[in-house]
Design a protein around this ligand. Structure first.
Ligand SMILES: [Zn+2]
Length: 125
C-alpha cells in the first residue's frame, strides 16, 4: 500500500470517519479520552480512502477492535449523545453533503433480511 497523506480534523458529532480525500474526522470531545482517541485513529488509519464498498474496509469494520475498549466507547456515547450520528447509514452536512456509510448499509440490510425471515417463520409456526 502506498503512503497516504492523512489529515485529522475535529467535529462536534459522530465518533470517527475516514473520507476519500484522506481526512479523518474525529468528535472533538475525544480529546478528553486520549486512550479511546488513539485507538480510533489507529482504526481509521487502517481504512482505505476508497469511498466505494470494498472488502478491505468492510472486513476491517467487522473484525478489528484495535484496542477500542467497549466500555470506554459506551461511556463516551452516553456522555456525548451526538456521537450516535455514527450509527446512521447516511447523514447530511453542509461541508460534505450526503455522507453514506456503505458498510453500515450492508450490515443493516443483513439484519433486516434476518428479521424478515424470522417474522416470516414466526408467523408460520
Ligand atoms: Zn471503520
Amino acid at each position: 500500500m502506498s503512503e497516504q497523506k492523512l489529515k485529522i480534523i475535529s467535529r462536534g458529532y459522530g465518533i470517527a470517519d475516514r473520507f476519500e480525500d484522506g481526512t479523518i474526522e474525529l468528535n472533538r470531545h475525544l480529546d478528553k479520552y486520549p486512550e479511546l482517541k488513539r485507538a480510533l485513529i489507529q482504526h481509521e488509519v487502517k481504512h482505505t480512502n476508497n469511498p466505494k464498498l470494498n472488502k478491505h474496509d468492510f472486513i476491517h469494520d467487522l473484525s478489528t477492535q484495535d484496542q477500542i475498549r467497549t466500555w470506554d466507547m459506551i461511556r463516551f456515547m452516553v456522555r456525548h449523545p451526538f456521537s450516535l450520528v455514527q450509527f446512521l447509514p447516511l447523514y447530511y452536512t453542509k461541508e460534505r453533503g450526503l455522507v453514506k456509510d456503505k458498510n453500515l448499509m450492508v450490515i443493516y440490510s443483513f439484519f433486516l433480511v434476518i428479521g424478515v425471515i424470522a417474522i416470516y417463520f414466526g408467523v408460520r409456526v
